[in-house]
Design a binder for this molecule. Structure first.
Ligand SMILES: C[S@@+](CC[C@H](N)C(=O)[O-])C[C@H]1O[C@@H](n2cnc3c(N)ncnc32)[C@H](O)[C@@H]1O
Length: 186
C-alpha cells in the first residue's frame, strides 16, 4: 500500500492492528531495562505495548505520519499499564521528531517498504541511535521476491553505515517474516 490516510489507518487497525509479527519480533530481541525504544511506522503501537511488558523502566516512542494512526495508537494504549511510559508522535522516517543519539532500540516493523525515501530514513535512524544501539527490521517473507528484497535492503543498510548482525527467518503463528538486526559500523 502506498497511500496512508485516515481511512487506511482504520482499515489497518481493524484487520492487522495486533499482527503477530509485532509480539514475535519483540520476543526475539534482548531488550535491556531502562532502554529507550523508538518505533518508526508504529501503527497501533502493538510492538511498543508488548515491549513495555518485557522490561523494567524504559521509554517507548511511536512515530507515524498518519494523524488517525496516532489517534488509534493513543486509544489502544490509554488503559495499558505502561501508558505513562509510552508516547506517540506524528512524524515520518525521513524526518524523525526525535533528538540525536537517544535510541537504544529502533524498530521498523513492516514499515520500511512504506517509507517515501529509504536512504533518507536510514540516515535519520543513524542520527537518533546510540552508538551501541540496535535497529530491528521486520519484513514479510511470504510475498513474492522477499528474499531478493532482503538482499537489496542489506545493500542499502551497508551503504549508509550499518552492519547487519543477524538475519533471522521466523515462521510462527501461521506467518513468516525476516527479522534483520543491524548496528552502526564503529
Ligand atoms: C503495514 S503498517 C505497519 C504498522 C506496525 N509497525 C505493525 O507492524 O503493525 C505500515 C505503517 O507505516 C506507516 N508509514 C507510512 N509512511 C511512512 C513513513 N514515510 N515513515 C514512517 N512510517 C510510515 C503507516 O502509516 C503505517 O502505520
Amino acid at each position: 500500500m502506498s497511500e496512508w490516510n485516515a481511512e487506511t489507518a482504520d482499515w489497518y487497525a481493524k484487520k492487522y492492528g495486533d499482527y503477530p509479527s509485532n509480539k514475535l519480533g519483540i520476543n526475539e530481541l534482548e531488550i535491556l531495562d531502562n532502554s529507550t525504544i523508538i518505533d518508526i511506522g508504529c501503527g497501533t503501537g502493538e510492538a511498543l505495548r508488548h515491549a513495555s511488558g518485557k522490561i523494567t523502566g524504559g521509554k517507548f516512542i511511536g512515530i507515524d505520519p498518519v494523524p488517525r494512526m496516532i489517534e488509534i495508537a493513543n486509544e489502544w494504549t490509554e488503559n495499558h499499564d505502561a501508558r505513562e511510559q509510552i508516547e506517540y508522535h506524528l512524524g515520518s522516517a525521513e524526518n524523525l521528531p526525535v533528538e540525536d543519539g537517544i535510541a537504544d532500540y529502533i524498530l521498523a516493523f513492516d514499515s520500511i517498504d512504506h517509507w517515501q525515501d529509504i536512504e533518507k530514513g536510514l540516515i535519520e535512524v543513524k542520527r537518533i541511535m546510540q552508538p551501541t544501539g540496535v535497529f530491528a527490521i521486520v519484513k514479510d517473507k511470504s510475498v513474492p521476491g522477499a528474499s531478493q528484497a532482503i538482499e537489496t535492503l542489506t545493500g542499502e543498510l551497508e551503504s549508509v553505515g550499518f552492519t547487519v548482525k543477524d538475519k533471522k527467518e521466523i515462521s510462527k503463528q501461521e506467518i513468516e517474516f525476516y527479522l534483520v538486526i543491524c548496528q552502526l559500523d564503529l
